[in-house]
Design a protein around this ligand. Structure first.
Ligand code: ARG
Length: 703
């Protein structure tokens, strides 16, 4: 017996499942047997007494979970950090534990109120004393970890818990002597798993299966080579034995009903301090400011959710709520993250939401030179669709060519900085690329109070009313098309072959003829089927008037391709009078530029189809410049490509019969995109009708 080791336990005199604060307690209220609980507890007590000294704290009525002394606090040397329970049901235990520690002469530290931390349930010392593993996510707050590092002068490694069944770190994680670790990896997020793998070499990691995890095998008490637990599978026992451990099983089923087992029922109160280890906490924090209709637009919820979903935690430092409907609110939020990487991920998402550093924390961007053409430095800032500014030499510079998934390259033009969004492949040696998250802000209109556009319009889903909703969008789109045209603006259409198959070709042709379209983007197929329809009356061999397959029709599109190839281009075929109607014909006749981007499945292709994809992307981007509105007509691939090239602020209308496509395309986190789930042929016919109706008798527009 190592007499220097002591544990604290609390007899189950008042133990019961009285409330539900974890999933194990559900359905178990008053279902545990007091007699059996006492018997099981006694057994554990005796097992431990063989190995160590067990101190007892007086059980108290009204706090049934006080048996779980692991949650009393966290001890290191003669210092203890008292628990602050997350649930009010357990807060009543705090004074009794405090009293016990004080009576034993510990230096007691208490966390600020509202900063929960549940003691050794959520903080486990490496058994070699090298560092402290600390859990967060359910009960303890990440912000408590820096306090632990400070008061206990030890390095704290934060682990994020993801599975509510394993709400305390000690339910799924158990450091063992000799540097071993017994744990259940799926209980943690991937960042935490990586951290564990970095600190504990593979041969020392004993990952367990779910079947053992739900028997609380990780909730074990380890004293030298002895491991005491509720139950372990034969396989796990064999593995532990092989590594030199002696497994002692002692049933604790009555306590499992409250979500605890061996480790929870004990607190090791002798934890030697290693003089050479000192505090260090990778936990970082930073404060940001947000302004706007934070509540109406849901911006603040999104920001706070983004922090938590990515594994950080927050403290709202101040929030000033706008008094009137039109007054904006502002908030300052302190963000804490377990590491630099996580912090960067969180902050870049907050930047997208318009968050800026507090004035006192504003600083210049960090840049690194490009050493290899077409390759950015690691950690480069990935751009979004939102207008962005970067701070170089103490001034904010607007980023040009805003688009998503690029890097920001900075060059100096006779001393003054120029910042540009560039694709990775376009980066040149000698340019400087922005890395990290410092000195970057996106400009959100503070006046916007709209929520992210989540509505979709569907003919299919909800009968008559949704039909009316499609009509409403059509009315709105027609109105805007009209405005853009009359003001000399630019509308770009991306279209897939479905436009032709669904009979939309003639309507799109009309839109082009009437000056509503300034550029057309698509692939080989839309052009082929449009030309097939106009030269042969079929679309993919189907007679467009009768809707039936034509004898030999499957060869039609190849014949058409062959004909255009003979003339050299679509324009030449039009010139020669071979092609006399249709979408491509109207483009040529009305000088509407188009770009057909090729793909692996293209037949032919048409001479106009650009098979060099990089050239096609460049041409798409060129044609999109200055667009006021983009109509995306049933072409997922080309539309997504276009979406990626386009900065926020351009109105997008996405029409597709497949709701998943519409959701994907219109989910840009901004108001300017509208999704319409409907047949594209039908949509175009309604649109053309509505435009005809709009022709005002007062100012007749020349068409
Ligand atoms: N019913 C208790 C709770 O939910 C169980 C605590 C178990 N303790 C532990 N260290 N995991 O708080």
């Amino acid at each position: 017996m190592s007499s220097s080791i002591r544990f604290l336990m609390c007899a189950p005199d008042h133990y019961d499942v009285d409330y539900v604060i974890n999933p194990w307690m559900e359905g178990n209220i008053h279902k545990s047997s007091r007699d059996r609980a006492v018997e099981q507890w006694q057994k554990l007590f005796h097992v431990l007494k063989e190995q160590a000294v067990v101190d007892l704290v007086q059980p108290q009525p009204g706090v049934p979970d006080m048996v779980f002394t692991a949650n009393a606090g966290l001890v290191l040397g003669d210092t203890v950090v008292l628990s602050r329970f997350f649930h009010k049901e357990r807060q009543g235990e705090e004074p009794f534990f405090k009293q016990w520690f004080e009576s034993k002469g510990y230096t007691v530290h208490e966390l600020p109120k509202d900063l929960p931390f549940e003691g050794a349930g959520d903080a486990l010392l490496d058994r070699e004393g090298r560092w402290l593993w600390a859990g967060y996510g359910f009960r303890s707050e990440l912000d408590s970890h820096p306090y632990l590092a400070k008061w206990l002068d030890i390095e704290v490694l934060s682990l994020r818990l993801m599975d509510e069944r394993f709400y305390h770190l000690d339910t799924c994680f158990c450091p063992l002597s000799g540097g071993y670790l017994l744990y259940y990896p799926p209980a943690f997020d991937s960042y935490s798993n990586r951290l564990i793998e970095m600190r504990v070499p593979a041969e020392k990691r004993i990952a367990i299966k779910e079947a053992d995890a739900v028997n609380f095998a990780c909730n074990a008490v380890n004293i030298d080579s002895v491991v005491v637990m509720n139950k372990a599978s034969e396989d796990l026992k064999a593995r532990l034995t092989k590594l030199g451990f002696q497994v002692i099983e002692t049933p604790l089923t009555e306590f499992l009903k409250a979500g605890g087992a061996a480790k929870c029922l004990t607190l090791r109160v002798t934890e030697p301090v290693r003089e050479e280890v000192h505090a260090s906490t990778p936990v970082e924090s930073r404060a940001v400011r947000m302004e706007g209709h934070l509540l109406d637009s849901g911006l603040i919820n999104r920001a706070l959710d983004a922090i938590v979903e990515n594994g950080g935690s927050f403290q709202v430092l101040n929030f000033s709520l706008g008094e009137q409907r039109q007054s904006t609110s502002s908030a300052e939020v302190k963000v804490t993250a377990p590491s630099r990487d996580v912090m960067e991920e969180i902050i870049s998402q907050l930047i997208d939401l318009g968050a800026v550093p507090r004035p006192q924390e504003v600083c210049d961007v960090n840049m690194e030179p490009v050493h290899q053409a077409g390759v950015a430095p690691d950690d480069f800032y990935v751009t979004t669709i939102y207008p962005t500014e970067v701070r170089v030499n103490c001034e904010w510079v607007k980023v040009q060519n805003q688009r998503m998934d690029g890097a920001i390259a900075v060059t100096f033009n006779s001393g003054s900085p120029v910042a540009r969004c560039k694709l990775l492949r376009d980066l040149e040696v000698g340019e400087h690329v922005i890395v990290g998250i410092e000195g970057i802000r996106t400009i959100r209109k503070t006046e916007s109070r709209e929520q992210r556009n989540k509505q979709e319009f569907s003919f299919m889903s909800a009968g008559v009313s949704s039909e009316r909703r499609v009509e409403l969008v059509v009315e709105q789109v027609a109105w805007e098309l009209r405005q853009v045209r009359d003001q000399g603006g630019k509308v770009v259409v991306t279209a897939g072959p479905v436009v032709i198959h669904t009979g939309g070709g003639e309507h799109l042709s009309q839109l082009i003829r009437q000056g509503y379209v300034q550029a057309l983007l698509g692939g080989n197929a839309i052009a082929v089927h449009d030309i097939e329809q106009n030269m042969m009356g079929t679309s993919l061999g189907v007679d467009m008037k009768r809707g039936v397959a034509v004898q030999g029709g499957h060869r039609h599109h190849l014949k058409v391709i062959n004909t255009i190839r003979r003339y050299g281009s679509i324009a030449k075929a039009v010139e020669q009078g071979v092609l006399q109607s249709g979408v491509m014909y109207e483009c040529v006749r009305n000088n509407v530029p188009f770009c057909l981007a090729g793909s692996i499945r293209d037949d032919g292709p048409l001479p106009d189809t650009e098979m060099d994809l990089i050239k096609a992307q460049t041409e798409y981007a060129r044609l999109l410049q200055g667009a006021d509105m983009i109509l995306m007509l049933s072409s997922m691939l080309h539309s997504i490509g276009v979406g990626n090239m386009t900065a926020a602020g351009v109105k997008m209308v996405c029409v597709d019969i497949n709701p998943a496509v519409v959701t994907k395309l219109s989910d840009r986190g901004s108001v300017e995109s509208v999704g319409v789930v409907t047949d594209v042929g039908l949509f175009l016919s309604l649109l053309v009708q509505q435009l005809d109706k709009l022709t005002s008798p007062y100012h007749l527009v020349q068409v």
